[in-house]
Design a protein around this ligand. Structure first.
Ligand code: ASP
Length: 340
C-alpha cells in the first residue's frame, strides 16, 4: 500500500457514465465505485481523498472555466496531496491537460488525467485498468501534468486523442512516452520534465478574452479569419498546411492576417499534419505568412497551442512579448529551435 496522499477529482466523462434515453450521460454513482476501487487496490488505510465535481460533465462541455476550476482546486489543495488523479472525459482531455500544465507550471507534483472510452459499469470497460495505471504512476517520481491511458503515461501537453476505440486512445507524436505500465511502472526518466523553481503564485485568474483554432483550407474566406479574431482576442491558432503554408496568393487573406496582428491579436501557426515541425522559411507562402505576423508554433499540438495562448492572455502578456513567450517551453510543450 502506498502512503502517498492522492487527491482524486472526478470531473465526468465516459468512465462514470450511464445510459439514458438520449445516450450516455455522466453519473455521480461512479463516485461510490471509486471508493470501492481504492479499498480493493490500496486497502482501507489508503490516504486518498475524492472530490466529485458538480456538475459532472461530458468533456465536450468543458470550457476555460473548467480548466481554471480544476487549477484553482489543485492549487488550494496543494499542501494536502502528493499526487492528483483527475477522472475526465477523453474528448477534450488533452486541452484540459495542456491548460493545467501552463496554469500550474512549477507545481512540481504529478497530476495525472485519465478516463475511459467504455463506461466503468460495462463488462468490457477500460476504466479500472486506466484508473489503476494512473494510481500506479502517481506513486512514482513523475512531477508533471500527464495523461495515463491504455498502459502508457504521456506528457499532457504533448498528447492528443488519437482513436475513438479503446486500445489506442492517446498518442504523443513529438515526445516519447514517459512510462509504460504493465504490472509494474517502467519509467523512462530521460523523458521527464526537470523540476523547476516551485511556483509561489496561484494560477492566473481567467479573463474574458478567448483563443480560437482556425484550420486553413482551400477556398477559405478572409472574413472567417476576421470574424474569428473579433470574437477571440486572446489569439488565433492557425492550422497551416504541411510545413507552414497557406493561401497567400489571395491578397484578402494576407490583408486580414496583417490587420489582425496589427490589432495585437496573436497569430500562432502550427501544422495540420499530425507529425512534424513547422518550417515556414521553406516555401514562399510560409515566409509570406510570417511577414503577415504568423508566429512559428513549431511542433505544438493544437490543444497545447490554444491553451498556451489562453494562459498568456490570463497572464496579461503584452502583445510584443507573445512571440518570445511562445518560443520558450514552460512545461515541455514544444521543441525549441535549438532542439533541447
Ligand atoms: N464524450 C465523452 C467525454 O469526453 C467521451 C469519453 O469520455 O471518452 O466526456
Amino acid at each position: 500500500m502506498s502512503h502517498r496522499r492522492i487527491l482524486i477529482i472526478y470531473a465526468g466523462g465516459t468512465i462514470g457514465m450511464v445510459p439514458s434515453a438520449n445516450g450516455f450521460v455522466p453519473s455521480a454513482r461512479f463516485a461510490d465505485d471509486i471508493g470501492r476501487l481504492i479499498v480493493k487496490h490500496h486497502g482501507t488505510g489508503a490516504r486518498h481523498r475524492l472530490i466529485t465535481l458538480d456538475p459532472l460533465i461530458d468533456s465536450a462541455n468543458a470550457s476555460p472555466h473548467t480548466w481554471h476550476r480544476l487549477a484553482d482546486l489543485l492549487w488550494a489543495e496543494r499542501d494536502h496531496f502528493d499526487a492528483a488523479v483527475i477522472l475526465h472525459g477523453t474528448d477534450t482531455l488533452a486541452y484540459t491537460a495542456s491548460a493545467l500544465s501552463f496554469l500550474l507550471a512549477g507545481l512540481n507534483k504529478a497530476v495525472i488525467l485519465t478516463g475511459a472510452q467504455i463506461p466503468f459499469a460495462m463488462p468490457t470497460s477500460d476504466g479500472e485498468r486506466n484508473l489503476q495505471g494512473a494510481f500506479a504512476c502517481a506513486t512514482t517520481p513523475v512531477r508533471e501534468v500527464c495523461i495515463f491511458f491504455d498502459g502508457v503515461l504521456l506528457r499532457g501537453n504533448r498528447a492528443r486523442k488519437w482513436s475513438t476505440q479503446p486500445g489506442d486512445g492517446f498518442r504523443s507524436p513529438h515526445w516519447p512516452r514517459l512510462a509504460h505500465v504493465n504490472g509494474s511502472v517502467d519509467i523512462d526518466t530521460s523523458t521527464l520534465l526537470a523540476p523547476t523553481t516551485p511556483r509561489c503564485d496561484p494560477p492566473p485568474a481567467i479573463v474574458t478574452d478567448r483563443a480560437a483554432i482556425v484550420t486553413l483550407f482551400p477556398g477559405i474566406d478572409a472574413s472567417l479569419l476576421r470574424a474569428a479574431a473579433d470574437h477571440h482576442r486572446a489569439g488565433l491558432v492557425l492550422g497551416l498546411h504541411g510545413a507552414g503554408t497557406g493561401p497567400t496568393a489571395n491578397p484578402a487573406i494576407r490583408h486580414a492576417l496583417t490587420a489582425i496582428s496589427a490589432d495585437r491579436i496573436p497569430l500562432l501557426g502550427i501544422s495540420q499534419c499530425p507529425h512534424g515541425t513547422l518550417n515556414p522559411a521553406l516555401y514562399e507562402t510560409g515566409r509570406q505568412l510570417a511577414d503577415c505576423g504568423v508566429l512559428n508554433g513549431r511542433d505544438l499540438t493544437p490543444e497545447a497551442a490554444l491553451a498556451k495562448l489562453h494562459t498568456l492572455s490570463c497572464q496579461r502578456c503584452p502583445a510584443d512579448d507573445v512571440a518570445a513567450a511562445v518560443a520558450v517551453p514552460v512545461a515541455g510543450e514544444l521543441t525549441p529551435a535549438n532542439g533541447t
